[in-house]
Ligand binder design. Structure first.
Ligand SMILES: Cc1cc2nc3c(=O)[nH]c(=O)nc-3n(C[C@H](O)[C@H](O)[C@H](O)COP(=O)(O)OP(=O)(O)OC[C@H]3O[C@@H](n4cnc5c(N)ncnc54)[C@H](O)[C@@H]3O)c2cc1C
Length: 272
């Protein structure tokens, strides 16, 4: 993992272990490695149904279930993914700087990724795996940036031991490449936010306001599910903001209940 200040280059599983060990030091924290099947409103709180048959009652919910990348179905792709084939230029672009790089993506996705990669590479091949649909102006822009556009169908990726060697096209042409960056659609890993009635906004991300509060009182979100900048350090920052918002709401609710006897859900307004 790159781009996480103080943890650059850490193996992701080690990063998770460190985080879990740290948080489990605190009383009242339990880690349940089990799927959440459903969450529904009960009174001013929620009932969360777990896949092991247990259910949990809670006053607040923080949903951080992330996204699932729909990977291109190209033979050879899986063996290279994460080693010389990547989807995030900000995570791995610098490490692949100045390599002969392919970009894989259809339509605007391919164009945007190729443009992003000009920050690190000047030998770029944009593969749209079929007709791109680009306008003359877009083609000219690519050409003036030294990006070669190939609209032929991709047959497979060639490489060994995680190192990409070439992109092979259906007509037999083979173009040598050392790295590939792709942009394909992604979908949410869970339907929890949707089933609770959270509103969605830009790029199908969960709409949220102050402290990552959603449009449903008591529900907060963090991480890729918001579809903002998709980096671990940003997910962590969103988690910290949500934690602040949750703690603030709980403290205010309890303060008011003790003072007046009234039970109320404290939750920021979400515009949009
Ligand atoms: C190959 C790859 C390389 C990357 N490299 C980097 C990098 O170098 N630097 C960087 O900053 N970012 C990198 N990223 C992006 C980074 O991993 C994400 O931005 C970050 O993990 C988002 O965190 P998240 O908590 O939103 O989601 P995730 O990390 O996806 O975590 C979501 C968790 O929720 C769980 N979950 C889903 N549904 C349920 C459910 N119903 N019940 C219970 N649990 C559920 C999932 O199992 C998962 O553990 C990379 C991503 C990929 C795919």
């Amino acid at each position: 993992m790159h781009a996480y200040l103080s943890r650059d280059g850490i193996v992701p599983s080690r990063f998770l272990d460190l985080g879990r060990k740290e948080i489990l030091k605190y009383p009242g924290v339990r880690f349940a490695p089990v799927e959440v099947l459903t969450a529904r409103r009960v009174g001013t709180g929620f009932r969360v149904q777990l896949a092991d048959g247990k259910a949990v009652k809670t006053r607040k919910l923080l949903i951080a279930t992330g996204l699932f990348d729909i990977l291109p179905r190209i033979p050879g792709f899986d063996d290279l993914f994460g080693r010389s084939v990547f989807q995030c230029p900000y995570c791995d672009g610098w490490e692949m700087r100045n390599r002969r790089t392919a970009v894989y993506g259809r339509g605007a996705r391919g164009l945007n990724m190729a443009r992003a990669m000009t920050a690190w590479c000047d030998d770029l091949l944009l593969c749209t795996d079929g007709r791109s649909g680009y306008s003359d102006l877009q083609r000219q822009q690519l050409e003036r940036n030294g990006i070669r556009l190939v609209e032929k169908r991709v047959l497979r990726l060639e490489g060994s031991r995680g190192r990409l060697r070439a992109v092979v096209f259906k007509d037999g042409e083979r173009i040598e490449r050392e790295a590939l960056f792709f942009d394909t659609p992604s979908r949410s890993q869970s339907k929890l936010a949707e089933s609770l009635g959270c509103r969605f906004g830009r790029d199908s991300g969960v709409l949220c306001g102050d402290y990552e509060a959603t449009s449903v009182p008591g529900v907060f979100v963090a991480g890729n599910i918001i579809r903002d900048v998709q980096l671990s350090i940003v997910a962590a920052a969103e988690g910290a903001r949500a934690a602040f918002g949750i703690n603030r709401a709980l403290t205010r609710e309890d303060f008011e209940r003790r003072a007046t006897g009234r039970r109320r859900i404290e939750h920021p307004q979400v515009a949009g």
